[in-house]
Structures are given as C-alpha cells and as structure tokens.
Design a protein around this ligand. Structure first.
Ligand code: C2E
Ligand code: MG
Ligand code: MG
Length: 738
C-alpha cells in the first residue's frame, strides 16, 4: 500500500510508555497516517474533543485512568462517540475483552504487536469507519431528502387539498347557477335559442313547448325561415345574416307558425356570439310573443287613418295622400288630379226624424255608393258628418271630374233603403282640379269647400267647380261677416213689415216682420244676402233679438196710437239657432217687459226642421211660448223634410204655404196647396199663403179655403212709417180710431 493512495486519516495513539508511543506513531506515519500521541487518558479526551481524530489506539493501562473509562467518556460525548477505539494491551495484562466491547471498543491488539497486524486492523477500522461515516452521511442525506420530499409532498398535498376545496366550491356554485338557469329556462315565457351562423337551431329553450307548441327537439337542426309566414320568410332570412355580418344585434318582427298551424307574431332580438378569434360563431336569439301588441298597433294604425263608421279613409289619410300628390305635381307639372267634396243635402232632417242610427246607416250606404262611382286608384274619404271627399288620381281634365259628379248625382237619384225605410237624398258637390300651383293640402281643402258652399248656396243637389272668382267670393263673404259683426254693434238692422190679409175679406190682420240691413256703404241689403251667413256664424241670434225688440217697440207704438183689434199679430221669423238657445225665452220676456207688449201680439215663425229635433229643450221652449199666449207658425211648409208626426204633437196654429207652391197653383190643379190646406184644417190649424202676386192665385186660394195671404198683390214689405200709415188707413174694424 503506498502513502499516496491512502486517504488522509489522523490516528490518536494513547500510551503511557513513550517507546510504545513512538513505535506506534512511527509505524503509522510510515504507512501515511497522520498521528497524535498522548500519554494520559485526560490528554486523550482533550485531543479527541479538540482535533478531528479518525481512530484512537488506546492503551488499557494509563496512569490517570484506565482505557475503559476513557473509552466510556469518549462514547458518552456525541462529539467523539463515533471515533473507533482499538484497545492496546500487553500480553501480561488481563484484558477484559467483554468490557472492552461493552464500553464501545471496536477491536483490541495485544502487545507486542506485529506492525502488519496493527496496520491491517487500523486500516480495516478506518475503512469501516469511513464506510460508516459515508453510510451515516448517506443516511443523513437520505433522511434529509426524505424530510425534504415529505415537506414538499405535505405542501403539495395541502395546496392540492385547497385546490380540491376551491373546486368543490366552484362545482357547487356551478350546480347552483345551473339550477337557477334551468329554473329560468324552464319557466320563462320568452324563447331563447342558439343558432349557427346559417340560422339553424342548435339549442331551444323549453319555453318552445308552451309558446309555440313544439318540443324543443323538433326545432333542432331546422332554420327559422322554415317556420316563417311566407310573406315574412325572405325578409327574416336576409335579416338573419345581419348579426354575423355587422357584428351587431338586430330586432326582427315576423309571424312564426305554431304547432297548431296558427301564426304568432314574434319579436326576436338576435345577437352575435363571438369566438376567441373575434369571429361570429353563433347567434343567440330571444323571442317573445307580441301578437296582441301587433294587433293593437295595427288597429291603432287603422283607426288613425280610417273613419270608424264607414271604414273609409279619414281626413288625415286624405291629407297625406294629397301632400304626396302635391309633391308629384311639383315634380311633373303636367300631372293633375281632381277633388270632389260632397255634402248630403238635408241630412240633418234624416237624423232628426228617423234617428241617428238610421242616419249612420244611410252614411254607410252612401259611402258604398260613392265607391261604386270611382276607379280603384281613386280614394273616397269621409271628411266628417255628412261630408265626403273623393280624390281622383291623375285625371286628364275637368271633364272627367264632372263625369264623376254626374255619376254620383244619378246614383243618388234612386232612393236608398235603410232599415226598410225609403230615403230620398241628394248631394251638393264642390269640384276642384288640382295642379302644381298648390303647396298645401289645406289650401286645396279650402278651395273645394268654397265650391261646395257655392253649390249649396245655389240651391243644392248640384255641383260647382272651383275657380278664382269663387275664391274672391269667399273673401267677399269673409268681409261681409266682418261687416255683419260691426252692424250688430252699430244696430244697423231695420225691420220691414209685410201686411197679412184675411181671405176673402182682404182685411189687414197683421204683419210679417222682415229684417233688412242698412249698410253704411252699400245701402239696404236684403236678408237673402246675409241670413245664411248669419246662421253659419251664429250671429243670427243677436240679429234676431234686435228684430224682436224693434217689432215689440212698433207694436207698443201702434197700440198707443191705434186701438188694435185683439186678433192683430205680428209674425217674427225665428231661426233654429235662436230657438234652440236656452236663453231665448228669457230674452223674449225681457223684451216684452221692456216694451210692455203682451205675448199674444206675437206669432213666431219657425221652420219644420226645428220641430223635428224633438229635444227636451225645444219642448220646453214650445211650452213657454204657448204659456205666454204667443202663436206658432210653420214657415215655408212643405219645402223641408216633411214629417207630419210632429204637427199634431205641438201647439202649432198656422201653416205658411211656401211661395214656390203658390206660384205653381193653377185652375183645377191646386195639388199640393190643396193638400196643405186640408191637412191644416184637419189638424185644426189655419193657413197663410205666401207670395201671392196675382188675382188668379188669390181666387184659387180662396176656393181652397185658405184663411189668409200675403204677397206683392197686397203690398211689398213696408218700412215702420209706411206700415203705421197703412194701419191708420185700414178698415175701422181693425183699427179703433178714437
Ligand atoms: P220668409 O220668412 O219666407 O219671408 C217671405 C219672403 O218672401 C220675404 O223675403 C218677403 O219679402 C218675400 N215676399 C213676400 N211676398 C212676396 C211676393 O209676392 N213675391 C215675392 N217674390 N216675394 C215675396 P225677404 O224679406 O227677402 O226675406 C227672406 C227670408 O229671410 C225670409 O223668408 C226669412 O226666412 C228670412 N228672414 C227675414 N227676416 C228675418 C228675421 O228677422 N229673422 C230671421 N231669422 N229670418 C228672417
Ligand atoms: Mg217668414
Ligand atoms: Mg216663407
């Protein structure tokens, strides 16, 4: 064995005999060991504790203590416990081998020893020691590694446990949320679906069953368009592309076929679902049943544009169509259209006599009749009340519009049967030809209304075509209205008196009071020029009061000047508006009181139409009139819408035969006049014939038995002064001159 290959070991030699010590250390040093030599046990312990020692050769017999004690102490000290101890003993010394091993020795050598044996044992134990140390180190390392791994595993285990705990929580939350979502999906009314980008159903919420009658599976794999109403399908298909093309949500409204075959209106919100790459992967839809809403909306739209009674387009729709037409005309100036405004003549009389229900049915019948007079492209609209407007699309000229008006007139000539009643009606028609000059529908309506007004004013049952002169007339009418208002303020009205003569005596029995307007510029204006306007504007009430006042003042004067016969009466024309006015009787009383005239000096002339109304207030007014001793007379009898029923109901004393009948009267052909007189007598009334101009007419009237007459044959209406003079010179039977 060479010293170079030996590892570096330090051997402590303990022997109290210096020679031995020397011998041993020499041998060992020669062998390559490092050595320390000490002579006592105490020194041995000190060196072993302070120096790294790999092996101790320990003599048993030492001066201060024996080798066993040294060994025992070495083994007791952890710092030295692992150093192998080989006991040295002389042959003559009693070596207690058992004790040597018991205190921790690893071997023993007896002196004198052979160097080879010594070295071999030392070597062996050092190797052993080294191996043990290595093993120990290895074990320690292993232990350390095991501990390390155990710690790591413990940590990993703990984090795994924590992770498991978190996962369990997440799973529980997921389960809860899944439960909640399922609860919502199962019970929500809306239909929630997932589609691929082509519209195919991939998921369908359970609500499909209650909403549409389909089990969700039935829809899977199919397209929305497969269930759409044929009219909506292409639009829905096209719209469905939008979310994945524009990445935006869209709302669709369409009809969806249910399992029963019925269609529901669905409102669907379609939203794109984006994948991780930002591309649209799916479309999610949320649909709800909006059938009721759509129906209501449709109805509202319909109602907003239609007349509820006749179902014709209403004023608004007509105005919209006209506005559109105006734009067309402005663009293509050769375009022209026609407008007819139609007003049923005396419709109010139908309403009053036959009731509103019959009136309504008549309007519906007329609406249908009008539709039959025009082309499909034209529009018949209800303007309101008994007025209709017909829009004639693209007509060549005025002639076409006139043809339609003629057609309507002819159609209305045949009586209309409503509820088993035969009703004769006619219409006044205003015609207008529209052109690029118009900029608003209001202007058009204004002008056609002017033409209609003209048709009505010219005697009804006719048409008038709007022209510029009409517009000017309308302006003139407006001015007249302003003048009329001023005239009322200025009290510019004067009453004329037309004598009423008894037949056959031709004695004066009274007057009819007839108003005239003393215009500050135009002079005397006749009622025909302003009464209609006064009626239309309501000004007739004020005019009527002024006339009544003037009449009563005149009677008061006449009573003072001439002792009038008790039967002397002045007839006063009372318009329907005055009569309907709830303050009428109060006004009358006031005037009678102010002038001191008795009511039985007056006879009120009203037209048939007023009595036809049959309202409570009219009945009250009639009763009040009778209570004040006034008489009632029906003016222009037979020209209005006659219903004989009312005649026997009210206390009417006189029927006035209209001038139009009197003028037609001929020998042997008394016709209507005879009928009126007979009727009056049967109902215990008397008759006054109006507008008697010839002796022949008077003769006929006398023959028939008519009690009284007025007309140019006797006298024109007279001024107050002239009437007074006439009274003065009248027969003494009528006027008491004392
Ligand atoms: P009315 O009540 O039927 O009056 C008769 C009209 O015939 C009067 O016209 C009278 O002047 C006219 N007349 C009388 N005799 C003859 C005749 O022999 N030949 C012809 N061609 N005509 C004759 P006037 O005064 O122009 O009145 C027209 C209408 O105006 C009246 O018709 C009446 O409805 C209305 N009116 C007149 N004064 C008043 C009034 O004070 N109040 C109301 N509400 N209406 C009035
Ligand atoms: Mg009259
Ligand atoms: Mg009359």
């Amino acid at each position: 064995m060479t010293t170079t290959s030996r590892p570096h070991f330090t051997v402590l030699v303990v022997d109290d005999i210096p020679d031995n010590l020397h011998l041993l250390t020499r041998e060992l040093t020669a062998e390559g060991y490092e050595t320390r030599g000490v002579l006592t046990g105490t020194m041995a312990l000190t060196v072993a504790r302070s120096t790294p020692i790999d092996l101790i050769l320990l003599d048993i017999m030492l001066p201060d203590m024996d080798g066993y004690s040294v060994c025992q102490q070495l083994k007791a000290d952890p710092a030295t416990a692992s150093i192998p101890v080989i006991f040295l003993s002389a042959l003559d010394e009693a070596l207690d081998k058992a004790r040597a091993f018991a205190v921790g020795g690893v071997d023993y050598i007896t002196k004198p020893f052979k160097a080879v044996e010594l070295l071999a044992r030392v070597n062996t134990h050092l190797s052993l020691q080294k191996a043990q140390k290595q093993l120990q180190r290895f074990n320690q390392e292993l232990e350390y590694q095991v501990q390390q791994r155990t710690r790591e595993l413990g940590a990993a285990n703990r984090s795994l446990q924590a992770e498991i705990q978190v996962r369990r929580q997440v799973e529980q939350e997921l389960r809860n949320s899944e439960f909640r979502y399922r609860l919502i999906a199962d019970h929500m009314g809306d239909l929630v679906c997932l589609h691929d980008v082509n519209g195919q159903f991939l998921y369908v919420s359970p609500s499909a069953q209650t909403l549409l009658g389909y089990a969700p599976d039935v829809l899977l794999g199919k397209q929305i368009a497969d269930f759409c109403h044929p009219d909506d399908g292409p639009h829905v298909q096209l719209q469905f592309q939008t979310p994945h093309q524009s990445y935006e949500a869209i709302t669709l409204c369409y009809r969806f076929r249910c399992q029963s075959g019925r269609y529901l209106w669905l409102e669907t919100l379609a939203k794109p679902v984006l994948g991780e790459d930002g591309q649209v992967t799916n479309i999610v839809t949320n649909s709800r049943d909006v059938t009721r809403r759509v129906k209501i909306e449709k109805q509202l739209r319909y109602d907003s544009l239609h007349d509820a009674l006749t179902h014709l387009p209403n004023r608004d729709w007509l105005a919209k169509r006209l506005e559109l037409e105006i734009l067309q005309c402005q663009r293509y100036s050769h375009n022209c259209f026609g407008l007819l405004m139609i007003d049923l003549d005396r419709f109010k009389a139908v309403n009053d006599s036959l009731g509103h229900l019959t009136g309504d049915k008549l309007l519906v019948a007329v609406a249908n009749l009008l539709k039959g007079c025009v082309r499909d492209i034209d529009m018949v609209a209800r303007w309101g009340g008994d007025e209709f407007v017909i829009f004639l699309d693209r007509i060549a000229d005025l002639k076409e519009a006139i043809q339609v008006a003629e057609r309507i007139k002819t159609a209305l000539e045949s009586p209309i049967e409503v509820d088993g009643k035969i009703i004769f009606t006619s219409a006044s028609i205003g015609i207008l030809i529209g052109n690029s000059g118009y900029t608003t529908s209001n202007d058009i309506f204004r002008d056609v209304d002017i033409a209609l007004y003209r048709a009505k004013a010219s005697g009804r049952n006719r048409y008038e075509i709007f022209g510029l002169e009409m517009y000017q007339e309308a302006i003139a009418l407006l001015n007249l209205e302003n003048d009329l208002r001023q005239a009322i303020q200025r009290q510019d009205f004067v009453t004329y008196f037309q004598p009423v003569m008894a037949l056959p005596s031709r004695a004066l029995i009274g007057f009819e009071a007839l108003v005239r307007w003393q215009h500050w510029e135009r002079g005397l204006i006749m009622p025909s020029e302003f009464i209609d306007l006064a009626e239309d504007t309501g000004l007739i009430k004020a005019i009527g009061s002024q006339v009544l006042y003037q009449v009563c003042e005149a009677i008061h004067q006449w009573e003072a000047a001439y002792a009038l016969n008790n039967t002397f009466r002045v007839s006063v024309n009372v318009s329907g508006q005055q009569f309907r006015d709830t303050t009428f009787i109060a006004t009358l009383d006031q005037i009678l009181a102010a002038t001191g005239v008795r009511g039985d000096r007056l006879k009120l002339e009203i037209t048939e139409r007023v009595l036809l109304e049959q309202s409570d207030s009219i009945a009250k007014t009639l009763a009040a009139i009778t209570a004040r001793g006034m008489q009632l007379s029906i003016d222009d009898f037979g020209t209005g819408y006659s219903s004989l029923r009312y005649l026997s109901q009210f206390a009417v004393q006189t029927l006035k035969i209209d001038r139009s009948f009197v003028s037609q009267i001929q020998p042997q052909r008394q016709g209507i006049v005879q009928a009126i007189v007979d009727l009056a007598h049967n109902l215990e009334m008397d008759c006054i014939a109006e507008g008697v101009e010839t002796e022949a007419q008077l003769d006929q009237l006398q023959q028939i038995g008519c009690e009284a007459a007025q007309g140019y044959l006797f006298s024109q209406p007279l001024s107050l002064d002239a009437a007074s003079t006439l009274l003065q010179h009248s027969s003494p039977r009528w006027v008491d001159r004392n």
